[in-house]
Design a binder for this molecule. Structure first.
Ligand code: CO
Ligand code: CO
Ligand code: CO
Length: 328
């Protein structure tokens, strides 16, 4: 299955409603949010996948950073986690699983999150991930649809991890680039989220399976505004462009393109390889933050001061073309 398949499967079904449900399935946001009291809402999210790097310890860290990210994208603070494990116990040594879980645990510790349980099944294919619960004030929830005309968009991590992962699977990636992209994917979005929460941010999401353009499409679809992004400002892992030129573009990027291309207007100067990178599915990608224009440069400065060096203003929200993305 690819991102969006579950949404399609659920399409048209009726779900129970509840007056305390702030963000539910109908909104298809990064996570669900449920109000417990006037001051506290819980954020819930779950994510798991097959290994994307060979090293089990790093895979565990990446899976945890990826699962935690949806809580940060809602503006919240993650608190508890549960492991989800599918493991081929007959073919693989249990020590591999121990390393994966240790990686997850170390990432949780870094995030200040406690592991409270989990569930495992035997499976032909190894999978690992977590369900995460976080807290937020009910009035401070950041969804992906509350953009305001005149806002600027900020991206906090460079794009291209899907393409690099394809090169890794094909045995074509160098040790240096594997190390770089592994570290990038294992980096928590916590610092970016903490900093953003001090600014007049209107909306936020994190870049994952749909790629930059897929997530932007979710933001503008059925809206009364449009988004313009500036290719030259968008942070990209330089090696990703090289690998894309060698044809190492994952199938997911083509699926993302097929799904959302009709909403995007590319300027003639934006070549096909760059377009592929903007559709490239990311693992544990950066936050996409939508903030008051007046605060955008200052927010980027604060992000960089904290070591988030790739952070950049990549575009803006315009009154038109409504429901469309212009890439120039
Ligand atoms: Co998300
Ligand atoms: Co997710
Ligand atoms: Co959000």
């Amino acid at each position: 299955m690819s991102p969006g398949d579950l949404d399609r499967a659920l399409c048209g079904m009726e779900f129970p409603t509840d007056p305390n449900l702030i963000v539910g399935l109908d909104k298809a946001d990064d996570a669900g949010v449920y109000k417990v009291t006037d001051d506290i809402a819980i954020i819930q999210t779950v994510d798991f996948f097959t290994p994307i790097v060979d090293d089990p310890y790093w895979f565990g860290q990446i899976a945890a950073a990826n699962a935690l990210s949806d809580v940060y994208a809602m503006g919240g603070v993650p608190k508890t986690a549960m492991n989800l494990v599918a493991f081929p116990i007959k073919e693989m040594d249990i020590s591999v699983l121990r390393k994966i879980i240790q990686g997850g645990l170390d990432k949780m510790k870094e995030a200040g999150v406690v592991l409270v349980g989990g569930h495992s099944v035997e499976d032909k294919e190894l999978k690992y991930g977590l369900s995460i619960t976080g807290f937020i004030h009910p009035d401070r929830v950041l969804t992906k649809k509350d953009l305001k005309v005149g806002d600027c968009l900020i991206l906090t991590k460079p794009l291209g991890t899907g393409i690099i992962n394809t090169a890794i699977k094909g045995g074509l990636a160098s040790k240096e680039i594997i190390k770089f992209v592994t570290g990038l994917m294992a980096t928590l979005n916590r610092d970016a989220a903490e900093i953003m929460n001090d600014y007049p941010v209107h909306a936020c999401t994190d870049i994952t399976g749909f790629g930059l353009l897929g997530h932007l499409a979710e933001m503008v679809v059925d809206s009364n505004y449009g988004i313009e992004i500036w290719s030259e400002k968008i942070p990209v892992i330089p090696k990703a462009l090289e690998y894309a030129g060698m044809g190492l573009v994952p199938a997911g990027a083509y699926k993302n393109r097929e799904f959302r291309e009709s909403m995007v207007d590319f300027a003639p100067s934006v070549d096909r390889l760059i377009q592929d990178i903007f559709f490239d599915p990311q693992t544990s990608g950066g936050l996409l933050i939508c903030v008051n224009r007046e605060s955008a440069d200052d927010l980027v400065k604060s992000l960089k001061k904290k070591g988030i060096n790739d952070a950049a203003v990549i575009g803006e929200v315009l009154s038109k073309p409504t429901g469309r993305i212009v890439v120039c």
